[in-house]
Design a protein around this ligand. Sequence first.
Ligand SMILES: [Zn+2]
Length: 295
Amino acid sequence: MGTLTTSLSQDGSIRIIFSQSTSIVTEAQRIHRLSKTATAALGRALTATSIMASTLKNVTDSLTLQIKGDGPLGTILCVGEADGCVRGYVARPETELPLNAKGKFDVGGAVGAGQLYVIKDMGLNKPYVGVSNLISGEIAEDIAEYYAVSEQIPTVCALGVRVAETGECIGAGGFLLQLMPFADKGLIPKIEENISSLESISLMIAKGESVESILKKIYKDIAFDILDSCEAKYRCNCSKDKYAAALITLGEKELREMTEDNEPIEARCNFCDTKYIFSTEEMKELLEYAVRKNE
Ligand SMILES: [Zn+2]
């Protein structure tokens, strides 16, 4: 099980939400058969989404992170709920690139240039949509840029996924550090400098270091409290009923075409790979329902 830990500096000026997401990334690998590069890319995006979604106010709220780059990986899409549980997929999970000049997974090259979208569905008529340009495609920097540009919150983001030679994810996690409106903006470069001198987050997690001990290194000489710690996992909420409802919205004409050859219809969930089969009888029922709805 992954954990999400919310902490606050004792003067109230800095909040850090930390995610230990190894099990979430492992589950994503199992479902999507990800290459190593795709594991790093989707793993970072899932970790960020879990953290970002945990800041939503109501349990029914959700947050979608869409990274639309022009690289070989294609679009990455993740959805998180207010309890920090997430699901996601990447368009081309088999994409593998050589390591970059720093000897790391070339997530930036795999993602490419483009935009990052954040869609918050808070049960209102219209969801909130924010967008920013991708800075490097490495995801953590892109998320920090999004908060700075779109929400005007000074932010530091670090995300890491460590993959063994065998392909197994051995450590994943990251954090989002944000300054409160009254805080001294000069703190950001100081914190960034401190973080750049630390070991990578994924290595600390792979070594089994505790969240509290990692937080102590990030806050360095700033006193802080842990406010909350909860479990977060990879979770999809699809069901056959939801797919039936989606099929009905296709409308009478399309449903009639789909039932014409008397073959069952197969729908597959992008997030969890569950297959739903609608028999010809079930399809005819859906068609009848769509016809009645139109009358
Ligand atoms: Zn699903």
